[in-house]
Design a protein around this ligand. Structure first.
Ligand SMILES: [Zn+2]
Length: 304
């Protein structure tokens, strides 16, 4: 590849080149800011637009690579429940939708769980792939979420989850809705065991995911400009009959109104979460020490 290929945009480039190659066109991509971006530049920048700072969606594996120390992680196998228990069909069969989503993503379902280190602290991390039927959350996602929580509890390591979902999976109806209470119970188990649980809300986090585990983290962080909400903007506007501000349901707006704690750029997530975990774990250690001292005091009192 020469400098013309890399730095000159496709239209101008066609003046220089005799043959227009479709493969070369694919080297470029667009962003919401309407700028043409060289794909390699976007990828080397953790898929954050170098022109406007928009955080593009990541696949689960890309997420793990950008988040874990030294891009090192190990996937945790999660159970796969019976698929399509309701024989659901709309314009397409649900089984066909699953087949094409699996082909597109190379995953069994929308959620992947992995373990690795963040700032040298062992963690379990979950992530959702939006390309898998809109990151929708059904039985398989629920099983994966719970398997991740169990792994975190058994190994006494923090659980971190990156949400990216339109909500519960319509094709699994009430089975998908049940995952909201199942995941909330799993989070409750983490809290009982004093295991830190953090959620990073990425674009978009809406519907049943927002209404369950995604808002139950000890610390809630969002990527800049991520859409965070439950019902869609139009539905709310038609219900309250008021014009909503332009920035309504953006990460920054939700933070300013007390819905989340922090908005953090992708490149700072590893260090920010590492620092927060350090503080949380040290506090826990100090608390455990204090508790054991109290126990010793009490047993001495009882003995005297
Ligand atoms: Zn952009």
């Amino acid at each position: 590849m020469n400098w013309i290929t890399k730095f000159i945009k496709p239209k101008i480039k066609s003046l220089f080149e005799k043959k227009s190659s479709k493969i070369e066109e694919n080297l470029w991509t667009t962003c919401g800011c309407k700028n043409l971006i060289y794909k390699e530049d976007l990828e080397s920048n953790q898929k954050v637009c170098p022109k406007c700072g928009a955080h593009h969606k990541l696949t689960c594996k890309e997420r793990f690579e950008t988040f874990f120390d030294n891009k090192e992680f190990e996937l945790i196998e999660t159970p796969l429940p019976k698929e399509d228990p309701l024989n659901f069909e709309d314009k397409k069969k649900y089984t066909d939708r699953l087949k094409s989503a699996r082909k597109l993503t190379g995953q069994d379902d929308a959620v992947l769980i992995a373990k690795g280190k963040v700032q040298n602290i062992d963690v379990v991390v979950g992530s959702q792939d939006f390309r898998f039927i809109g990151g929708s959350f059904g039985a398989a996602s629920g099983e994966a979420f719970i398997a991740g929580a169990q792994h975190a509890i058994e190994n006494k390591v923090p659980y971190i989850f990156f949400s990216c979902s339109g909500g519960q999976r319509m094709m699994e109806s009430s089975i998908a809705l049940m995952q909201m209470s199942r995941t909330a119970l799993a989070v409750n188990e983490l809290k009982k065991k004093n295991i830190p649980f953090m959620v990073i809300l990425t674009d978009p986090t809406t519907g049943g995911v927002t209404a369950s585990w995604a808002m139950l983290g000890d610390i809630l962080i969002a990527e800049p400009k991520a859409t965070i909400g439950f019902a869609g903007r139009r539905v709310i506007q038609d219900t309250v009959r008021e014009t909503l501000p332009d920035e309504f349901q953006t990460a920054e707006y939700v933070k300013d109104h007390g819905g989340i704690d922090l908005v953090v750029e992708r490149k700072y997530l590893n260090t920010t979460i590492g620092t927060l975990l350090n503080v949380l774990l040290k506090k826990q250690e100090a608390q455990a020490k204090q508790d054991s001292n109290v126990t010793v005091d009490k047993s001495l009192q009882a003995a005297s």
